[in-house]
Ligand binder design. Structure first.
Ligand code: FAD
Length: 487
């Protein structure tokens, strides 16, 4: 191992790292992937995207069952939540995909090095190296039986190096996660469904968990310091989600600054100052802290490289190159890009292609789909109306409500709308914002349209099958010209 010089070594086996590894191997590079835990997949597979969506799916089925009689299905009178089975299903999905990743590593002849990687400094004679120790190698799997050689205290050498260490949940200052004050990790392994939950932070992670626990009957309180929930979205989307959440009985408190969390025998008393400056408090069983993610750049000896961190994040250029020659960074540790699995994965593809001397295109922040899988779902891409105006565009907006879409009626999912933000001069699509059924799937058409620089007019003449939810997009684009058919 120590004598092999890889073309590319990647530090971190999350979606950014493993995607980069696979594409680099497909392009003929000799690749090593270093991962400190015993499982590939990172936050996304084990503590993020996949487990949350499994729980959201269970919640969606549960919500449908509540209306079974109106769909013509009798006999579903008293559905009961089996929390253990719900968690087991989530774990089975994670395990299936973990094994899938192990298979893909073998298939692509990628050397997986299990252990904690630390950088040793700039390249010597064109070779970079990473010291790998087994200090936090996970337990519970027989790696040798699975065909891996457990590597301890070794050094990985490579011509190029990719940093992909990911991120950790941020905590409120002065608090540590435990079985009452939770991050995305503890909340995914709760022994039982809590009766009440305070969610601090209303980004995608916060509102998704709020949706799940509200569906299953918990009393959910959202505490958000900013003036609106899902703050990165278009203002009208925030308003609509707040309206829908209030209808569902979720207690939303914006402009609210959490002052303290006092644990007691029944859970915790959460105190905050509300938007009007008044002191408020609420007793809850559990508190979920969802106030963002911090880059994991603190324990890999990154200071040995010529990289000036930006509040812990790694600055890169458009090709994800850092200021240290031969070293790239991708995924949640990168400064200035959204912390999303698909952003990290695409950055990994860009790096692999560049490293192999092949065609690549930079990741463009204005073409990244943002998907929030709450109920109703949110899917968005490009500029919000306010951002487009700030940039000086003469903005033309089209809006179409799902109430005019026949498939939405069939799915009993009428709430929400499509909002298209375009440039009045050339009809360029600047942004699309969807809240409603399957918004996270529907947004893909809009990402492609923006990527291919389609105009509103071109989309108005693109045939959309009937009856589908995505017909709402045809109506949304037509609404820009004041000509939706179905409203
Ligand atoms: C609750 C939740 C839900 C989410 N849902 C979505 C979603 O629906 N869609 C979406 O796109 N994104 C979602 N995200 C975000 C997504 O999980 C992250 O953007 C993504 O995992 C980042 O990928 P990454 O490869 O950069 O880092 P990570 O997934 O964090 O992986 C980094 C890996 O590097 C390893 N590592 C770190 N340091 C070292 C070291 N020194 N040596 C060796 N190994 C190391 C870690 O063990 C880890 O396996 C969600 C996040 C959370 C918390």
């Amino acid at each position: 191992m120590a004598d092999t010089i890889y073309d590319l070594a990647i530090l971190g086996g999350g979606p950014a790292g493993y995607t980069c590894a696979i594409r680099a191997a497909q392009l003929g590079l000799k690749v090593a992937l270093i991962e400190k835990t015993d499982k590939l997949g990172g936050t996304c597979l084990h503590w993020g995207c996949i487990p949350t969506k499994s729980m959201l799916f269970s919640a969606e089925v549960w919500d449908h069952l509540k209306h079974a009689a109106s769909y013509g299905i009798d006999g579903v009178t008293a559905p009961q939540l089996n929390w253990d089975n719900l968690l087991q299903r989530k774990n089975d999905i994670i395990m299936k995909h973990t094994k899938g990743l192990d298979f893909l590593m073998k298939k692509n002849k990628i050397t997986v090095v299990r252990g904690h990687g630390r950088l040793t400094g700039p390249a010597k004679d064109g070779v970079l190296s990473v010291d790998v120790s087994d200090e936090d190698k996970g337990k519970g799997r027989d790696l040798q039986a699975e065909g891996f050689t457990a590597q301890t205290k070794t050094q990985v050498k490579a011509k190029k190096l990719v940093l992909a260490m990911g991120s950790d949940a941020r905590m409120l200052p002065g608090y540590e996660p435990d079985d009452t004050i939770l991050t995305n990790m503890q909340v995914l392994t709760l022994p039982a469904m809590p009766k009440s939950l305070a969610v601090i932070g209303s980004g995608a992670v916060g509102v998704e968990f709020a949706s799940v626990f509200n569906s299953f009957g918990a009393d959910v309180t959202i505490l958000e310091a900013l003036p609106r929930i899902v703050n990165v979205e278009d203002e009208e989307i925030s308003k609509e989600l707040a309206r829908q959440y209030k209808k569902r009985g979720i207690d939303i408190n914006t402009g609210s600054k959490v002052e303290k969390i006092e644990k007691n025998k029944d859970g915790a008393l959460v105190s905050w100052t509300d938007g009007a400056g008044k002191a408020q408090s609420k007793q809850v069983e559990k508190v979920l802290v969802a106030v963002g993610r911090a880059p994991r750049t603190y324990d890999s000896a990154i200071d040995k490289l010529n990289i000036q961190l930006d509040r812990g994040f790694v600055p890169v250029n458009e090709w994800m190159e850092t200021t240290e020659p031969g070293v790239y960074a991708i995924g949640d540790i990168v400064a200035g890009l959204p912390q999303l699995a698909h952003v990290g994965a695409m950055a990994g593809i860009v790096v692999a292609s560049k490293a192999a001397g092949k065609y690549a295109r930079p990741v463009r922040k204005d073409r990244v789909p943002g998907c929030t899988y709450c109920d109703p779902q949110i899917g968005s891409v490009g500029l919000t109306e306010a951002q487009a105006k700030e940039k000086g565009y003469q903005v033309k907006v089209g809006k179409f409500p799902f109430v005019g879409n026949s498939k939405a009626t069939i799915l009993d999912s009428h709430d929400g709308f499509v909002k298209v933000v375009s440039d009045a001069k050339y009809g360029e699509i600047l942004g699309v914002h969807i809240i409603g059924p399957q918004a996270t799937e529907l947004i893909s058409e809009c990402v492609t349209a923006i990527e291919l620089e389609a105009t509103v007019e071109e989309m108005m003449f693109t045939i959309h099958a009937h009856p589908t939810l995505y017909e709402a997009l045809l109506d949304g684009f037509s609404a820009v010209e004041g000509m939706p058919i179905n409203v």
